[in-house]
Design a protein around this ligand. Structure first.
Ligand code: AVI
Length: 322
């Protein structure tokens, strides 16, 4: 059983059908049309993402895990001891284990996650493995500052953990806003450990987002399946194709759903026309250089105090402080 501090509200903050409809109508009314990538992660979408992380071309997860494992002794030295680890998203996988195993005496662990089900499942799995680490899950949207529960073993300094290069899925202005919120959540003396995918040979990056088995294409198209189910839209899923191209100039993968014919789509009684070949933006995955990431952090009032890159320079971990 998991002991959850009484002050914490474990309400489910999943967006309602009305919220999703509003976002989709706004996106389809824009030029070019867009759909928010945050809606990729329904149950099936989350499973497909897990599958992507095991595809041979998707180097990000493997390289980050190896980097985290190899760097853990040096990370543990750089992190203030007795940390209150605050993970953005519901951890419980190998990255969370590597961090909690490697740090000196972490006092508490707080995953911040919108889905109550995912949140509780993650702390239930971790509670058994770390009986000395207080589990303090918080159901919230981590893009906003989050008031944290105080661990009963004293007010440990916060270490925000945000792996996976998920930051890269935010547009630069939104990433900056998120880092500002993070700075508030961290509080005085807090730190953040962030995983970032690094700029590299475009062919390697493009392969990661166009795996031969087609899992990424299924993942992107599942967005339409999900919308049809949850908001009653009528996207003809077979009439759209996944396309992911790396923009060197913007240092990001730009994923589109391309219409394969002239067609009409109805959402909440409103009709939207697609031309044959029209591309709708669905996801960005930004990549960084040392300089571009340090500049982004600086705009949010944060400093890079330590950095670790894998031997090939494909993926990085950055330790930030205010
Ligand atoms: C979760 N996020 C960091 C993934 C990425 O690489 O941008 C999502 C993803 N999209 C396609 N493949 C993986």
């Amino acid at each position: 059983t998991v002991t959850v501090a009484s002050k914490i509200t474990l309400s489910d903050l999943q967006p309602s059908a009305d919220d999703i409809t509003g976002d989709v109508l706004a996106g389809l009314s824009a030029t070019p049309k867009t759909l928010p990538s945050k809606y990729f992660y329904d149950e099936h979408g989350s499973r497909l993402f897990e599958q992507i992380t095991r595809e041979p071309e998707y180097y990000l997860t493997r390289v980050e895990l190896d980097l985290l494992e190899a760097s853990m002794p040096s990370i543990a030295e750089a992190v203030t001891p007795r940390a209150h680890v605050v993970e953005y998203g519901s951890g419980s996988g190998r990255k969370t284990h590597l961090l909690l195993d490697g740090l000196a005496d972490p006092v508490a662990y707080t995953p911040i996650e919108i889905s109550r089900t995912a949140l509780l499942a993650s702390v239930e799995r971790l509670a058994d493995a770390y009986p000395d680490v207080e589990m303090l899950p918080v159901c919230a949207d981590f893009t906003q500052p989050v008031p944290l529960p105080i661990p009963s073993r004293g007010n440990g300094h916060v270490l925000v953990f945000f792996p996976g290069s998920t930051l890269g899925n935010f547009l630069p202005a939104d990433a900056e806003r998120l880092l500002r919120s993070m700075r508030e959540t961290m509080g005085a003396g807090g730190q953040a450990l962030i995983g970032i995918d690094l700029d590299k040979e475009p062919a390697l990056i493009e392969a990661a987002y166009n795996d031969a088995a087609g899992v990424t294409a299924d993942f992107t198209l599942n967005l339409l399946v999900r919308l049809n189910r949850d908001i009653g839209s009528d996207f003809d899923v077979d009439s759209f194709a996944h396309r992911a191209v790396y923009s060197r100039e913007r240092m990001r993968i730009e994923t589109h759903l391309v219409s394969l014919r002239d067609q009409q789509v109805t959402v909440a009684g409103r009709q939207f026309s697609f031309l044959d070949g029209e591309a709708m933006e669905v996801e960005y995955s930004h990549k960084y250089t040392d300089a571009s990431f340090a500049a982004l952090a600086a705009r949010a009032g944060l400093r890079v105090i330590e950095r670790w890159n894998d031997p090939k320079g494909w993926f990085g971990l950055r330790l930030l402080a205010a």
